[in-house]
Design a protein around this ligand. Structure first.
Ligand code: PLP
Length: 504
């Protein structure tokens, strides 16, 4: 034996004997299955302070090793519970993720095989599977023949690749400008920063009352920059904005981009897989005309973290931008149609992420996945209708692609400690009949709803998050989980009302 024993004569800790490997592996699987089976009865979130986490979990590295089974049990008992159960059916905060079982199985296989997927030489089979799933995505998005892409760690990196590609394909001109929506995801602004765009050349354009980028507004911004002698390079549109789910007018923006010789990127990280449904396809019409599209299979395509994707109309452009040759990689030179995925992005060492997608699609079938996505869209719409019908709730944006934004707004009363400032007539609120005279100030409603959000978080019944819309504080559900049913959404809404009543 060359290393510490894993316990009970199992052999080397790094390479236990086959029986021990099986027993330990089954133990890990048992932990996962127990978690999945008991998930609904568990709370959707549990956090703690750094001080508590440190006191409970911190410690020095072991010099001589210990019993791996006991250590796994400890991690499952002590570490994992201090986190969000983002796949819990009542976890509707931020952008949740509910992986399916095939993706978990694929992760186990991928870890156990640990293929290096940066070059074709070292990963012909896995690289072919990645090409295959990218081709499926191309078809679903309606991108032209020949389009392709790369799987990434997530949407942030996919957005970064799109921004860097736009900059370099234009020859990285002085005065390059990038156009974002004020509703765009923060990762686009970070991508622009990393790509060296000074903030004065990152235009965050205002949206209309529908929170979509107006095509004429973008056209005016582009024209104004040209007049100033600047170089418009890239328009970034939303294919499902994180706050509200809205989709920008993609056909109009694609036409504008073509006309202006500017690239169009669609950030469809969370919303893109809605193209598998009739409603999503209609909402995302025109997405296939983009130069690049970000998708996040780890959001609404039932994959585990980290699985993002950048699709490109011409994947050869990605290779021109990102390929760097090196003497020690000369053996990885390609024949004709093979792909070194390390040439299409910023990672050389890459995991075999495509297996989870492939196993999910081939075992569940496209139809089942489309139904699961459709269910999220329908639950969001039903929640929107429930909110509209409820006298104490106010819908702040129409439900869209599984996202619904709203707030608690008590009926009557004197506003208590939240309503001291009588609501001004110029706050832009056009509430329902009978509410015109209500005493709740914007500030009061914000404080009240912040407290509702906090009590929801601490109470542990359901997890949601918040956003700001037109400077107003909004509660927000994002319903993407294949486990979520109406009873989960309804009980979370009822809890919001209970918390609101308790506070007002
Ligand atoms: C629209 C959008 N773009 C990009 C991202 C960033 O993706 P990731 O967290 O996978 O890096 C998100 C994450 O929520 C998103 O909603």
């Amino acid at each position: 034996m060359s290393g510490p024993d894993t316990g009970g004569g199992d052999g080397d800790a790094l390479l236990p004997n086959p029986e021990a490997m099986r027993r330990l592996g089954y133990r890990a699987v048992d932990h996962i299955v127990d978690r999945w089976a008991g998930l609904e009865a568990d709370r959707p979130w549990q956090g703690t302070s750094r001080a508590v986490a440190e006191a409970r979990l911190d410690g020095p590295p072991s010099e001589d090793g210990g019993d791996v089974e006991a250590l796994m049990d400890w991690a499952v008992r002590e570490v994992f519970p201090l986190a969000g159960r983002i796949d819990h059916p009542r976890f509707m905060g931020f952008v949740p993720s509910g992986p399916g079982w095939p993706a978990v199985l694929a992760d186990i296989l991928v870890s156990g095989h640990n293929v290096f997927q940066g070059t074709w030489l070292e990963s012909a089979g896995p690289s072919q599977i990645e090409l295959t799933v990218l081709e499926w995505f191309r078809g679903w998005l309606g991108m032209p023949e020949g389009a392709g892409g790369i799987l990434t760690t997530g949407g942030s990196v996919a957005n970064l690749l799109a921004v860097v590609a736009a900059r370099d394909l234009a020859g990285a001109p002085e005065g390059g400008v990038i156009y974002l929506s004020e509703q765009g995801h923060s990762s686009l602004e970070r991508a622009a920063r990393v790509a060296g765009f000074p903030m004065e050349r990152v235009r965050k354009l205002s949206t209309g009352t529908d929170r979509r980028l107006p095509v004429d507004g973008v056209a005016a911004a582009v024209a104004q920059d040209r007049e100033r002698g600047l170089h418009p390079l890239l328009i970034c549109a939303n294919g499902g904005a994180t706050s509200t789910g809205v989709v920008d007018p993609l056909p109009g923006l694609a036409a504008l981009a073509r006309q202006e010789g500017v690239r169009l990127h669609v950030d469809a990280a969370y919303g893109g897989f809605a193209v598998l449904t009739a409603e999503g396809r209609a909402a995302l019409e025109g997405i296939g005309q983009a130069d690049t599209v970000t998708l996040d299979p780890h959001k609404w395509f039932f994959q585990t973290y980290e699985c993002g994707c950048l699709m490109a109309r011409d994947p050869g452009e990605l290779e021109r931008v990102f390929r760097v040759s090196a003497a020690y990689l000369q053996d990885t030179h390609l024949q004709e149609r093979e792909v070194n995925f390390g040439d299409r992005g910023i990672q050389l060492t890459r995991a075999f992420r495509a297996l989870g997608i492939w196993l999910t699609v081939q075992s569940a079938g496209r139809r089942r996945l489309a139904e699961a996505i459709e269910a999220g869209i329908e639950l969001g719409a039903k929640a929107g209708a429930w909110i509209e019908a409820h006298p104490e709730l106010e819908l702040l944006h129409p439900a869209c692609l599984g996202i619904v934004c709203f707030r608690y707004r008590p009926v009557g009363g004197d506003g208590g400690r939240y309503g001291a400032a009588r609501r001004g007539s110029d706050d832009g609120w056009e509430g329902r009949e009978g509410r015109k005279e209500d005493p709740w100030s914007e500030e009061g409603l914000e404080t009240l709803n912040r407290e509702v959000q906090d009590r929801m978080l601490q109470g542990g019944h359901a997890m949601m998050s918040s956003t700001r819309l037109d400077h107003r504080y909004s509660l927000r559900f994002c319903i993407l989980n294949h486990r979520s049913r109406w009873e989960h959404v309804e009980s979370a809404l009822e809890q919001v009302v209970r918390e609101g009543r308790a506070l007002s």
